[in-house]
Design a protein around this ligand. Structure first.
Ligand SMILES: [Zn+2]
Ligand SMILES: [Zn+2]
Length: 203
């Protein structure tokens, strides 16, 4: 499959008309019909084999004041290209991993600074070295985000291959080049795992 196919596969469809549009795109890109059209993940194609870490894994900030243990694999990872992440983290794209709050144990919490980035959303940085580590949505008591690039040794955060996407590609800096074949969304991506968890009754 070529790059074009991945792009089409990343377009979410919500009704029959959208599905027809998607099918048309897939046909033009040379995707055979037998691949089926029930779930977009089927079109992502083969991904490189990545050796998964065995859990728990450790991570932390640059200076070592804040450390954390990730007890279970991340649920999903987003590479966000929005202007908020550029200013908030000083990068062209910020990687955020979604995890259950109970899956992440933090040591050195008093060394964290909390910054309210927007109403209902806050991020946490190391007071000393400024490394961004965690983020929380007020509306979501069960889940949180962490910056998976801060895992020790660059280990894989353990998320399923089809739960890694680029979001807000439509807002990316004009000189950014995205060179992988992950699905790309112009704005946000409906994260099925998160949605399912959010539907569960709160404890
Ligand atoms: Zn630090
Ligand atoms: Zn962002």
């Amino acid at each position: 499959m070529g790059r074009e196919a991945y792009w089409y596969a990343a377009i979410p469809y919500t009704d029959a008309g959208d599905k027809e549009h998607l099918m048309d795109g897939l046909r033009k890109a040379g995707i055979p019909d037998w691949l089926g059209l029930t779930r977009q993940q089927k079109f992502f194609g083969p991904l490189p084999e990545i050796e998964m870490a065995s859990f728990p894994v450790q991570g932390g900030c640059h200076c070592g004041a804040v450390r954390y243990t990730l007890l279970a694999p991340a649920l999903s990872v987003q590479h966000c290209h929005c202007s908020q992440c550029r200013k908030g983290y000083g990068v062209l794209a910020a990687q955020g991993a979604v995890v259950e709050r109970s899956s992440l144990k933090i040591e050195g919490e008093r060394d964290l600074t909390t910054y309210r980035k927007s109403p209902g959303y806050s991020t946490q940085f190391c007071k000393t070295c400024g490394c961004p580590l965690f983020a929380y949505e007020d509306s979501e008591a069960r889940l949180m985000y962490f910056m998976p690039a801060t895992l020790d040794g660059g280990v894989h955060p353990g998320h399923p291959a089809d739960k890694e996407v680029h979001i807000y590609v439509g807002s990316s800096a004009e000189w950014e080049r995205i060179s992988d074949d992950l699905p790309k969304y112009e704005a946000n991506c409906p994260d099925e795992i998160v949605t399912q968890i959010q539907r569960k009754p709160k404890p």
